[in-house]
Design a protein around this ligand. Structure first.
Ligand SMILES: [Zn+2]
Length: 334
């Protein structure tokens, strides 16, 4: 399976938390040939099972992306919005967005707030989405309250790097599909899960894990890197030297059994990896870990620069190796 092609396909239908259904349908279709059973559950998670006689392993990547949701239209016809997922408001200034109906718009900031506030004090309430409407009435004919918008932008390859909105986490969805296609035989009972509503609080993973009741949980998500010009960068993770095996983030302390399983899988398959200690952030693994009486959980991360911006950057080599590592993890008997 060509990961870049799959990503480009999924990225073209990126939807924010709660609106994932087009992506879910596309993933269900792509997964069909590689597993025994595909279903979309009540909340919209895509659960793909490859049956095995052994322990249950749940692997997951989230399908939802961060986006804007229209709260009201102001008197001059500009759209005001709230957020689905984590935005640093000032970084949205100048972003081009795409509404679900295909219309474009530009995010800008009230002049008064720009003059009087420090950048980091700018709030979503200071921003507006300009869709070129002449009045409140004409804007109301084009959009309605509750409509959502995502970053506009085509994926672009820059050398061995990929630049695109929504590497988080659609690149991991593409890698998880690739991992599924690489698994030939496994003693484990495998569940490849594409979750909803991660960006608003790890919600889909929680209900999917409850239903599956796994023995082991391993997610794939992006992680920050420390290889940028900032003196403040405190992380050792770099782009282009392999996936990471997470030790902790702000939401989760990975269980030693899972860390060991992943390290052994990497060694056996000759996949390079990095150790990840992330002081912020969270991922679906945290929700899986706290399910029922507790689930041994860990995470494979794809190093990514500029997470949650319009131009996230990952290394295609890291992505391929992350997929390989997940396939090895699935094949190795628990
Ligand atoms: Zn993510």
């Amino acid at each position: 399976m060509d990961i870049l092609k799959t990503f480009t396909h999924l990225q073209s239908m990126a939807r924010p938390s709660g609106f994932e259904s087009p992506c879910a349908q596309a993933i269900a279709e792509l997964a069909g040939p590689y597993c025994d059973e595909v279903k979309i559950d009540t909340l919209g998670n895509v659960i793909c099972r490859k049956k095995g006689p052994g322990k249950r392993l749940m692997m997951a990547a989230h399908m939802d992306v961060i986006g804007l949701i229209i709260t009201h239209i102001d008197k001059k016809g500009f759209l005001r919005f709230g957020a689905l997922g984590g935005f640093v408001p000032y970084r949205l200034i100048g972003a081009r967005m795409k509404l679900e109906n295909g219309m474009g718009g530009s995010v800008w900031c009230d002049e008064k707030a720009m003059e009087e506030k420090k950048l980091e004090d700018i709030t979503l309430g200071d921003l507006y989405l300009d869709i070129g409407a002449e009045s409140e009435e004409s804007a109301g004919k084009m959009v309605q309250v509750g409509d959502v918008a995502v970053y506009e932008g085509e994926p672009q390859q820059v050398g061995r790097m990929l630049l695109a909105p929504y590497c988080d986490d659609l690149i991991a969805c593409a890698a998880l599909l690739s991992a599924m296609s690489q698994v030939e035989k496994s003693e484990n009972d495998l569940y490849f899960v594409f979750t909803v509503q991660e960006e608003v609080g790890l919600r889909g993973a929680a209900t999917a894990a409850y239903a599956i009741d796994p023995d082991f949980g391993v997610c794939m998500d992006v992680t920050r890197t420390g290889d940028n010009p900032s003196e403040k960068a405190k992380m050792v993770v770099k782009l282009g030297v392999g996936p990471t095996i997470k030790i902790k983030d702000a939401s989760l302390l990975c269980n030693p059994q899972v860390i060991a399983h992943l390290r052994e899988a990497a060694k056996e398959g000759d996949v390079p990896y990095q150790d990840e200690v992330l002081t912020a952030g969270g991922t679906d693994s945290a929700a899986i870990q706290k399910t029922r009486g507790g689930v041994l959980s860990g995470c494979i991360s794809i190093p990514c620069r500029y997470i949650h911006s319009q131009n996230e950057m990952v290394s295609l080599k890291d992505v391929e190796q992350s997929a390989r590592l997940m396939a090895l993890c699935a094949q190795r008997t628990l």
